[in-house]
Design a binder for this molecule. Structure first.
Ligand code: MOS
Length: 724
């Protein structure tokens, strides 16, 4: 086990630096890539399971009320139908792993349109789907639910509230100030692979193939939801076709499949339709954000205010953490930050792709652009001037800080100094052309993690952990960390992920996957190295391993002498958050064109410069940044959940109506990875990467829209109707 010990400054010397195997950091192509592109990688619903019945979920078509009765008669008489299941464990929101509620009794309560209430099980999917249409639900009387966050009852999230100095006075005395309210729409998680599960029982033991991000935690949730012990559950998720937060917790397809399989004594598969994923799983909350920023005549920030309103269902804990990076990104001694949660009956709000900063940073960075214009200071310069040297609220140091480097390197590569800051400066035919920029920030998280590494007698290595790879490259970086430390090429390391029988990893979420699992592997490999060093009669730090051999020329196979060495690495983050504020930083630069007649915006080019600690794999890290910037384009221009104001049902519940950027919307993107090592962030000096690329990028586009067209739009996404 390793924990971060109290230290005055980040420890940037580490064993991985000394080894120089040339494995870590290299742009190794995904080890799972071939299996994925050739279709041999099995996703949850694809496992060949004998005698498997098919389940189709029935979801509520009211917003708030109770299910008095479900008339199953017609459905049960239809060909192939085996059962209609309305077990109360299925209808409770606890099945979604979000609400901490006791299982409901019948009549089941409905809290949102789209909430699963029953499952039809049949021999074939088509039979189940057909029968589902013949289920008659008697909902009783519908209760008029609050649906508008701006008028609903709110609760202050006191742990997010900060009041320091006197912001009102700072605003009054400011040489320049901005007081602006910006709104963002809700987002769908929209992972490519829909939620799916196959459950089978063997006596008391349950095996579920599912599409999940955090097996370590999901196994506990599922045990709770079913009322059985964890020891009886095995979860398998070797390949996951994206999660974006929607698979952090178990949801109804998993619980329903398990209940149904138990009841009918056969394996059951449940795959959500795209529409069900959209209206049932979770949403990113919409937000209303008031930014108050004050500077003195020189542009030094004196006041910083960020007040956000988000929403969730009654009883749900999660409140989109809008202010996460606002707490430390810019200086300003007079500070007021407040987060409020409105209670509405739209589906559960939860973690979706960079919860918090994905929408908090775009709003803040639009306000910063307005402040730059008002103070007559270049936007890059204004940000450079206001980088605090320590956390402005907690007074603790940053583990490392790359914002200035990102701003400078990004501006240089983009040619920022050549841009014109007066709006409507360039017109090409129908199009106004302009540029904008924004800072990026995303808090760095690490989680407790365990992994087993076995150095096999044949000189290969095996990694075993329940950690998942949700398309991010975990298989590959795991092989690289182990390869670096044990002197093996990555293809000599077999990585076995996504099985809850293995040691519990950190799961994939919040960008903590790579730094957390990488650190557990580091600890395991260090223990193996110590044993090898002892056998070879050298000190572990001096043990140089390369291509399966020690520096003396002795091969690992000889040293191992027919026996494996297996070690479990246990990484515990300890008190890192108390000693340091750790964050990834970055800067975005965008050029857009806005159509004079239609208000349509096209992104011409976009660049992101990011600092996130050590790069474990140049290719997968870069891909994460490219993906993040692409989501920034979606946040800026197209993504918006549209709820019907009368009943709270989601109107655009598929990828035809909910628009994510497609190939045609994404220009050539440039990524600069600013070199840094952050020894306080994790033992392997890496920070989270996955989400940083979408934390602020939308503001670079919004600011470019303003620079191009003169339209200062205060609502994301900036669709043509809002821009024109
Ligand atoms: Mo992420 S939204 O924490 O999977």
């Amino acid at each position: 086990m390793i924990a971060h010990e109290k230290q005055d400054k980040p420890d940037n010397a580490n064993r991985l630096d000394g080894m120089k195997q040339g494995v870590l950091g290299k742009p190794v192509s995904r080890l799972d890539g071939l299996a994925k592109v050739t279709g041999t990688a099995l996703y949850a619903a694809e496992y060949p399971v004998q005698d498997c019945a098919e389940g189709v979920l029935i979801t509520a078509t009211i917003t708030r009320g109770v299910v008095n009765a479900i008339d199953k008669k017609a459905a049960l008489a239809m060909p192939g139908v085996i059962a209609v299941i309305d077990d109360p464990r299925l209808t409770t929101r606890a099945a979604q792993g979000t609400a901490d509620e006791a299982p409901q009794q019948n009549p089941a309560r409905v809290d949102y349109w789209g909430q699963p209430i029953a499952l039809v099980v049949a021999e074939t999917f088509e039979q189940a789907r057909h029968a589902a249409k013949h289920i008659v639900v008697d909902y009783g009387e519908e209760i008029n639910p609050p649906l508008d966050p701006e008028t609903a009852k709110t609760e202050e999230q006191t742990e997010e509230t900060i009041s320091q100095g006197d912001l009102d006075a700072a605003m009054r005395d400011a040489a320049h100030s901005v007081d602006v309210t910006i709104r963002t729409k809700g987002h769908a998680s929209a992972a490519m692979e829909p939620h799916a599960a196959i459950a089978s029982w063997d006596g008391d033991d349950l095996t579920v193939h599912a599409s999940l991000q955090m097996l370590n935690y999901n196994i506990t949730e599922l045990a709770d939801a079913l009322g059985i012990r964890e020891q009886h559950i095995r979860l398998i998720a070797r390949y996951v076709g994206g999660g974006f937060g929607s698979k952090l917790g178990v949801s109804e397809e998993v619980v329903a499949a398990a209940i149904a399989a138990e009841q009918i004594g056969r394996p059951v598969r449940v795959v959500m339709t795209r529409q069900q994923v959209f209206e049932t799983i979770m949403r990113r909350s919409e937000s209303k954000q008031r930014l108050r920023l004050a500077v003195d005549a020189a542009g030094k920030m004196t006041g910083f205010g960020h007040h956000a309103l988000v929403s969730n269902l009654p009883g749900e804990d999660f409140a989109e953490p809008i202010l996460q990076s606002s707490h430390f990104l810019y200086a300003g001694e007079n500070r007021e930050l407040k987060l409020e949660l409105a209670r509405v009956h739209m589906m559960t709000a939860g973690s979706v792709r960079a919860p918090g900063e994905a929408v908090g940073m775009p709003a803040l960075e639009v306000a910063m652009d307005m402040l730059a214009e008002r103070s007559g200071i270049d936007p890059v310069k204004l940000r450079l001037m206001n980088i605090p040297d320590k956390d402005p609220e907690k007074g603790i140091p940053f583990s490392s800080h790359t914002l200035a480097d990102c701003l400078n390197q990004g501006a240089e590569a983009f040619g920022w100094n050549k841009t014109i800051r007066t709006p409507r400066h360039t017109r090409e035919g129908e199009w106004w052309v302009g540029t904008g920029m924004a800072s990026a920030a995303r808090v760095h998280n690490v989680m407790e993690a365990k992994a087993r590494v076995t150095l096999k007698a044949d000189g290969t290595a095996v990694v075993e952990t329940d950690m998942t790879d949700i398309g991010t490259g975990t298989y590959t970086i795991a092989a690289q960390v182990v390869g670096e430390m044990l002197g093996l090429a990555p293809d000599r390391v077999l990585v076995d992920l996504g099985d809850s029988r293995h040691p519990r990893g950190p799961g994939s979420g919040g960008s903590w996957g790579a730094p957390s699992i990488g650190s557990a592997l580091y600890v395991a490999c260090k223990a193996i190295r110590e044993e090898l060093a002892e056998r070879l009669g050298v000190d572990e730090p001096e043990l140089a391993l390369r291509d399966g051999k020690a520096a003396s020329g002795t091969s690992l196979v000889e040293v191992l002498d027919g026996k494996d060495i297996a070690k479990i690495g246990h990484y515990e983050p300890g008190a890192i958050a108390e000693d340091f504020t750790a964050s990834g930083f970055g800067a975005f630069f965008a050029q857009v064109r806005v159509n004079h007649f239609t208000g349509e915006t096209r992104v011409d080019r976009m660049l992101g410069a990011f600092g996130f600690g050590r790069v474990l794999n140049d290719k997968t890290a870069r891909s994460q940044c490219l993906g993040g910037i692409t989501w920034s384009i979606g946040t800026a221009l197209t993504e918006a959940l549209e709820f019907d104001g009368r009943d709270g049902h989601l109107v655009n519940r598929d990828l035809a109506e909910y628009h994510v950027p497609v190939n045609r919307d994404v220009p050539e993107l440039d990524v600069i990875m600013v070199e840094e090592r952050d020894g306080a962030a994790s033992p392997i000096q890496a920070k989270g990467i996955g989400e940083l690329g979408m934390c602020g990028g939308a503001a670079a586009i919004a600011n470019a829209i303003y620079n191009a067209s003169g339209a200062r739009v205060l609502e994301f996404p900036m669709t043509p109707d809002r821009v024109i």
